[in-house]
Design a protein around this ligand. Structure first.
Ligand code: ZN
Length: 152
């Protein structure tokens, strides 16, 4: 990856870590679920409010963790507000591919928007779980699996 691009991505991640978006609790959420990444100690709860048409009316998170896990939850919640459950699942697949693709594989960044800032993560296998914790927790919450998510 180009150095300038890498620095830009780094800045976006640090900004979202410092001022995370949607960092609050939703009272009376449709579903809330806690996710834990024991490798790093990231602990995040995702709150979702869905309307009758399966649109994500509101999404937020709380918890503590490293810069990558927090920035990822912040960007994810910003991106998913107003999206349908199907769109959220589609983006989960796109994001999952982005952070787990082989290093020399070209990943299609279309539709990923700002999530592209995590394209460097796949070079750091230990960080993949940090970046995907919020996403796995969100998907499990949407699919109604009530158990706490752990990345192990
Ligand atoms: Zn972490």
């Amino acid at each position: 990856m180009q150095q300038e691009l890498r620095e830009l991505y780094q800045q976006v991640i640090l900004d979202h870590n410092k001022s995370p978006r949607n960092f609050r609790k939703i009272e009376n959420p449709t579903v809330a679920l806690e996710g834990y990444n024991p490798l790093c100690g990231d602990n995040i709860t995702i709150y979702l409010e869905l309307d009758d048409n399966k649109i994500i009316r509101d999404i937020s998170f709380q918890g503590s963790g490293c810069a990558i896990s927090k920035a990822s939850a912040s960007l994810m919640t910003s991106m998913l507000k107003g999206k349908s459950v199907d769109e959220a699942k589609f983006l989960f697949d796109k994001f999952h591919h982005l952070v787990t693709a082989k290093i020399d594989e070209e990943v299609d960044l279309d539709q990923l928007g700002k999530l592209a800032v995590f394209s460097g993560v796949r070079e750091f296998p230990a960080r993949v779980k940090c970046a995907s914790l919020a996403w796995h927790t969100m998907i499990n919450a949407l699919e109604g699996k009530g158990e706490k998510v752990t990345t192990e």
